[in-house]
Design a protein around this ligand. Structure first.
Ligand SMILES: Cc1cc2nc3c(=O)[nH]c(=O)nc-3n(C[C@H](O)[C@H](O)[C@H](O)COP(=O)(O)OP(=O)(O)OC[C@H]3O[C@@H](n4cnc5c(N)ncnc54)[C@H](O)[C@@H]3O)c2cc1C
Length: 448
């Protein structure tokens, strides 16, 4: 039976979810707090581009959008590391041809909304800010931001795709018993900056890499955009010896960048304006459970599992939520209680695993990518992968293997790490590669 389904939030995940539900024949109303981004400028303060990987593509394939998005995406085949001494090194992400893709956040959201609006059973209501959801009666309250009018929507089901600070989740938290919730902020915040194209419109750095300036307690990264520019993001502690609070005037900002990122600052003519204009934004991990209420309400995407951005998986994970929910609909049909229950049971461990992977990867990116022992472990892992084509590193499992769950990848990665650590501790390990000691460790690792 066709349901009338309301989705709060037409961001990346809400828009994709609407397409999946509409393809199953349901009538979908999407309610979005912001104005239509296709008619106004894209919201400030959010990362302008994102890394899309195979899990995200899997979600887009189901919606029939993968080819369109590939056309507006730039492949990044590896990490380009900018060391403190001015030297650079390059670490491929995977096997030849494997890449993660830099896509514009607004670009992908607009394509999703275009497709959603082209379907006759989806309607998007902009400027509708959700203030409350009556879970039992599936009625949602909104304020029309353009007129101030109060609006009440009655549906058969409500999905909260309303991001890290989800009002739908807030309704679940305040109106149900035993709702578990935690939010944890990093001591680091982020700020976006720009490396513009060269005068002739070309890229000023290798466009097919994700650039990282690891500086132990902080880092700068840069992802390419189609117009020849790079969006840079500075991740830095809010307080302390080296922190945002110390960068309070043009002099201190310039000195900081010249000391730590001299090659980047030379390419950033609008650094001071960007630094002073762009917001300093916080980084939060949200864990909660349950994600559903009876057969009526469910959380999806960041509303269910907001994570820090260091594995580039938040959107990818949210898109995978849509795929798994759709699989549950295929399995349980109109039994929505079972659909929602199976969805949350399948996804919760993966939400937790990707949250931890993201936190761990922050340390890896900012600290270890410049550390010789870490680089040795990566070399050992790369040789094992080259000699054993069926071996998949944890990174490859997360990024290039959408049929392996985040949870399995996380657990395998923990075990791989223990063996790689032992191998890296063997002096001249590459000279001893074919000895029984080294081969025994490699065989144990391959059995994980
Ligand atoms: C700096 C940074 C870099 C990132 N990089 C990556 C990356 O490289 N790869 C990756 O996969 N992920 C990345 N992410 C994560 C990614 O941005 C999120 O996981 C993704 O946006 C989640 O999508 P969503 O639709 O669940 O939430 P959102 O994108 O937050 O969308 C929620 C929507 O709900 C709307 N909304 C909120 N409140 C209301 C309300 N009261 N009423 C109505 N509507 C409402 C919002 O306006 C918004 O449109 C990054 C995140 C950050 C912060």
């Amino acid at each position: 039976m066709k349901k009338n389904i309301s989705i709060v939030g037409s961001g990346l995940v809400g828009s994709l979810l609407s397409i999946y539900l509409a393809k199953r024949g349901h009538n979908v109303n999407l309610f979005e707090r912001r104005p239509d981004m296709r008619k106004t400028s894209i919201s400030a303060g959010k990362s302008i581009n994102l890394a899309l990987s195979d899990r995200g593509f899997r979600g887009l394939i189901g919606a029939g959008l993968a080819d369109d998005i590939r056309e507006i995406a730039i492949p990044m085949y590896g990490r380009q590391i900018h060391h403190s001494d001015g030297s650079e090194s390059y670490q491929p992400y995977g096997k030849e041809g494997q890449a993660i893709y830099s896509v514009s956040r607004g670009g992908i959201n607009m394509k999703l909304m275009d497709l959603a609006e082209s379907m006759e059973n989806i309607k998007i209501h902009f400027n509708h800010r959700c203030t409350d959801v009556d879970l039992k009666n599936t009625t949602s309250s909104f304020v029309d931001e353009s007129t101030g009018a109060a609006i009440v929507d009655k549906a058969d089901m409500v999905f909260g795709a309303d991001g890290a600070f989800s009002p739908v989740r807030m309704s679940m938290m305040t109106k149900t018993d035993s709702f578990n919730y935690s939010q944890t902020y990093l001591e680091h915040a982020y700020k976006e900056l720009v490396i513009p194209p060269a005068a002739d419109g070309s890229f000023q750095m290798n466009k097919n890499a994700l650039h990282i300036w690891p500086r132990k307690s902080f880092m700068l990264i840069a992802l390419p955009n189609l117009d020849g520019s790079f969006t840079c993001t500075l991740f830095l502690e809010l307080k302390g010896e080296v922190s945002f609070e110390k960068l309070k005037d043009d002099e201190s900002i310039t000195a900081f960048f010249k000391q730590h990122f001299p090659d980047a600052v030379a390419l950033m003519p609008s650094l001071l304006t960007d630094f002073n204009t762009n917001p300093t934004s916080l980084l939060v991990t949200v864990r909660c459970y349950p994600w559903t209420y009876q057969d009526k309400v469910a959380l999806i995407g960041d509303a269910a599992h907001a994570i820090v951005p260091f594995f580039g998986q938040g959107m990818n994970c949210g898109f995978e939520d849509c795929v798994v929910l759709d699989e549950m609909i295929a399995q349980f049909g109109e039994d929505w209680q079972s659909v929602l229950n199976a969805y949350q049971i399948a996804r919760k461990p993966n939400g937790d695993a990707v949250a931890q992977l993201a936190l761990n990867n922050f340390i890896e990116m900012r600290d270890k990518t410049g550390d010789p022992k870490f680089l040795l472990r990566k070399k050992i892992e790369a040789r094992i992968a080259a000699e054993n084509p069926s071996f998949l590193s944890m990174y490859a499992q997360v990024t290039f293997s959408p049929h392996i769950t985040y949870d399995s990848a996380y657990k395998a990665g923990q075990k791989h790490d223990a063996y790689l650590e032992q191998l890296a501790d063997i002096p001249n390990v590459f000279d001893l590669w074919n000895t029984p000691q080294v081969q025994a460790l490699i065989q144990s690792l391959l059995l994980v």
